[in-house]
Write a protein that binds this ligand. Structure first.
Ligand SMILES: NC(=O)c1ccc[n+]([C@@H]2O[C@H](COP(=O)([O-])OP(=O)(O)OC[C@H]3O[C@@H](n4cnc5c(N)ncnc54)[C@H](OP(=O)(O)O)[C@@H]3O)[C@@H](O)[C@H]2O)c1
Length: 250
């Protein structure tokens, strides 16, 4: 049995993976609320959905670090959509520090968007879905969260925090019939990865979106690497002893 999502919120829908997820949900007939800071980019995604002629799109300009504004916006979007089946938290940011750069503001910004922003939106969704005894929450974490990496301390910490928080949310909600899905992509060709030098096994954003939605539609509460080959890489990376791992330029 495959789940069909008819009413969805995508947080971080203005570009990359989130925009592709929104387009593919609408192509399947869903009404989708597109959330992000950049109005023009959100309108462009909504425009492609309207032009395609399937599903509907609402645009909501919102900064996930403006935490007080999330509850009224969540209520409004659920009302506009006529209910909610799915929320995807795709908002993310990546700052890679230079060799001797130690930047608190950038580390904080990554935790604020990827951990606290997710807590803000997904607590709202969790309460809503627990009450209706159904619903699916998808959080986009990363393979990067498997270890603390010297090249991206703030990002790897934010993704590890998100992965752990989603696991706890899953452990609260599955007993109420709510699915909590953690997806951990490897490299995906988006604005976020443009400046990275090494990008092994990179896939296009539409492929990542397709794999993420297939994972969510399959039901249950999986934690899945995107694509699945990264599970083997994660196994190897997790097994490297700390004294060796610190010597690697990962
Ligand atoms: N690309 C990869 O290789 C890769 C791999 C693993 C995981 N991921 C994760 O996948 C997710 C999507 O990233 P992407 O690769 O598609 O990059 P992207 O194109 O840069 O998308 C990032 C999205 O996050 C939104 N966002 C960032 N800060 C926000 C804020 N303060 N408030 C609201 N929205 C905010 C952006 O919208 P606005 O700028 O309009 O606000 C944009 O829609 C991220 O969580 C990323 O960490 C990516």
């Amino acid at each position: 049995m495959s789940l069909r999502f008819q009413r969805a919120i995508v947080v971080g829908a203005s570009s990359g993976i989130g925009a592709e997820i929104a387009r593919q949900l609408a192509a399947d007939g869903a009404s989708v609320a597109l959330v992000g800071r950049r109005a023009a980019e959100l309108e462009a995604v909504a425009g492609t959905i309207r032009t395609a002629g399937k599903g509907t799109a609402f645009v909501a300009v919102h900064d996930v670090t403006q935490y007080d504004t999330a509850p009224p916006l969540f209520e409004k979007l659920v009302a506009d959509l006529g209910g909610l089946d799915l929320i995807v938290y795709a908002a993310g940011n990546l700052f890679v520090p230079a060799e001797s750069e130690y930047d608190f503001a950038k580390d904080r910004a990554m935790v604020e968007v990827q951990v606290i922003g997710a807590m803000s939106w997904l607590n709202l969704a969790g309460a809503h879905f627990e009450a209706q005894r159904a619903g699916t929450i998808v959080g986009i974490s990363s393979i990067a969260g498997e270890r603390g990496r010297r090249t991206m301390p703030g990002y790897t910490t934010a993704k590890a925090g998100l992965t752990t928080w989603l696991e706890a949310l899953r452990n609260r909600l599955t007993r109420y019939g709510v699915n909590v899905v953690t997806v951990k992509p490897g490299f995906v060709d988006t604005a976020m990865t443009q400046h990275l030098v090494k990008k092994p096994m990179m896939i296009p954003a539409p492929k990542a979106a397709q794999l993420i939605l297939a994972t969510a539609r399959a039901g249950g509460s999986p934690s899945a690497f995107i694509p699945g080959q990264w599970a083997l890489v994660a196994l190897i990376v997790r097994s490297i002893p700390s004294f060796l791992f610190r010597k690697l330029d990962l």
